[in-house]
Design a protein around this ligand. Structure first.
Ligand code: DX5
Ligand code: ZN
Length: 218
């Protein structure tokens, strides 16, 4: 499967969100990456249901929703209603992760699990067979525009081995500090989905940058 591109709307221009969404609709991007932050689990607050529903009303590609919130279990149905296609929860926020993953699937969404840079990917050994995607944070979650943490590369190969060992079909997604200079290395290491925020929306030509991320050119 060719790798997928998921531009993160966190770095979009909120005064012109509709035109940024239209740009993604008409680009080589595959998904919209939608970051939800609550000011508890991460030291930043982004946006919630009403914005997501409005994004959904004009998006022509799936919404890949990354929850950086405490108690995500309380909001699974609400995110489905708002238009999430993939719902990804942090390992660090779920005491009963297996139950959360099942409830996401029962609500009719693809289920993802995401893990912070300090936690070994092996913590996911007994859940990878149950999820549709695993997201590796390559920065500490909370803000766009941070520097890629190099040890994430090793985490990708370890996760890849784990998925093979557990016969899991989960996609490997990477989020944080992704740009046209490291995209190729990441895909070669086993990444299926590249999330990119500032690299896309901070570029002079976002459409061309998405294309470069898809074609792995520099
Ligand atoms: C960070 C978010 C990311 C963020 C990535 O907590 O999860 O999705 O938008 O931004 P860049 O690509 O600028 O690192
Ligand atoms: Zn994200």
């Amino acid at each position: 499967m060719p790798h997928l591109i998921a531009p993160s709307l966190l770095s979009a221009n909120f005064l012109n969100l509709a035109s940024d969404i239209e740009m993604v609709n008409n680009s080589f991007a595959d998904w919209f990456h939608v970051d939800v932050m609550d000011g508890h689990f991460v030291p930043n607050i982004s946006f919630g249901f009403s914005i997501i529903s409005q994004i959904k009303s004009i998006a022509r590609k799936p919404l890949d929703v990354h929850l950086m919130i405490a108690n995500p279990d309380n909001y699974v149905d609400a995110f489905k209603k708002a238009g999430a296609d993939n719902l990804t929860v942090h390992y660090e926020t779920c005491t009963h992760l297996h139950r959360t993953v099942q409830s996401i699937k029962e609500a009719g969404m693809k289920a993802g699990v995401v893990i912070n840079p300090h936690n070994p990917v092996e913590l996911l050994t007994d859940i990878v067979a149950d999820v549709d995607l695993v997201l590796i944070m390559s920065v500490n979650p909370g803000f766009g525009g941070q520097k890629f943490i190099q040890s994430s590369l090793n985490r990708i190969s370890r996760l890849k081995d784990l998925l093979i060992q557990k016969n899991s079909k989960a996609l490997i997604e990477i989020d944080g500090g992704v740009d046209t200079t490291n995209a190729k290395t990441l895909v070669e290491a086993g990444v299926d989905v590249l999330v990119a925020g500032s690299a896309v929306f901070g570029a002079q030509n976002p459409t061309a940058t998405i294309r470069k991320l898809k074609e792995l050119s520099n």
